[in-house]
Design a protein around this ligand. Structure first.
Ligand SMILES: Cc1cn([C@H]2C[C@H](O)[C@@H](COP(=O)(O)OP(=O)(O)O[C@H]3O[C@@H](C)C(=O)[C@@H](O)[C@H]3O)O2)c(=O)[nH]c1=O
Length: 181
């Protein structure tokens, strides 16, 4: 397993060791001890989520507030997405900055996004199945978000504006400036 810290402190790219043979491949998609040894972070994940989306879908930018904040370990089971982590830690030197990376079934990369971040992704293949672990339970009342095309964040989702598909909920998210952080 290879772990690389992104320019946003505490946010890591994980590349699992993949064992290929005549049958196909095998890899450990999560190993608590190896993850802790490599990052110094011991995360008690409590919920796994999976979603499927068509090309052009943007989900995000999402977070949960306060005691319901979540760390996430995200990966792609089929297809290809552009995954985006936004630093929303007010005391961070990179507050308001984002990091994006292509995650795909092929490259098998994962992104670890700590608490205090917003998260979103866009689907840049025909379809994509997305899977992630969370260290805190879903809590609807504490959901927060920022509009995907916020001008201050200036995220390039690798999509043309006319092909973007977002949920009604996500369409009415506030700007970075007006977000409740
Ligand atoms: C996130 C979530 C949603 N739901 C329900 C609520 C709703 O009826 C339905 C779809 O929810 P959403 O539209 O919020 O799903 P989605 O837009 O895929 O939300 C996800 O987006 C990505 C970017 C994240 O980072 C996740 O944490 C999560 O916020 O699923 C749960 O039951 N548990 C959950 O953990």
């Amino acid at each position: 397993m290879k772990v690389e810290e992104t320019p946003l402190s505490g946010c890591y790219i994980i590349e699992p060791a993949v064992f290929e043979d005549d049958r196909g491949y095998f890899f450990e998609s999560f190993n608590h001890k190896k993850f802790e040894d490599a990052t110094g972070v011991s995360i008690p994940f409590v919920q796994d989520n999976q979603s499927q989306s068509q090309k052009g879908v943007v989900r995000g930018i999402h977070y949960q507030c306060g005691e319901w904040a979540q760390s996430k370990l995200v990966r792609v089971l089929s297809g290809k997405v552009l995954d985006v982590a936004v630093d929303l830690r007010k005391d961070s030197p990179t507050f308001g900055k984002h990091f994006s990376i292509v995650l795909s079934a092929e490259n098998k990369k994962q992104l670890y996004i700590p608490r205090g971040f917003g998260h979103g992704f866009s689907v840049i293949s025909e379809t994509a199945e997305f899977s992630y672990k969370c260290d805190n339970y879903y809590n609807k009342a504490s959901e927060g978000g920022i509009i995907y095309n916020d001008p201050f964040l200036g995220i390039d989702w690798h999509l043309n504006e006319d092909e973007v598909i977002v949920s009604e909920k996500d369409l009415y998210l506030p700007t970075f400036e007006n977000a409740k952080l």
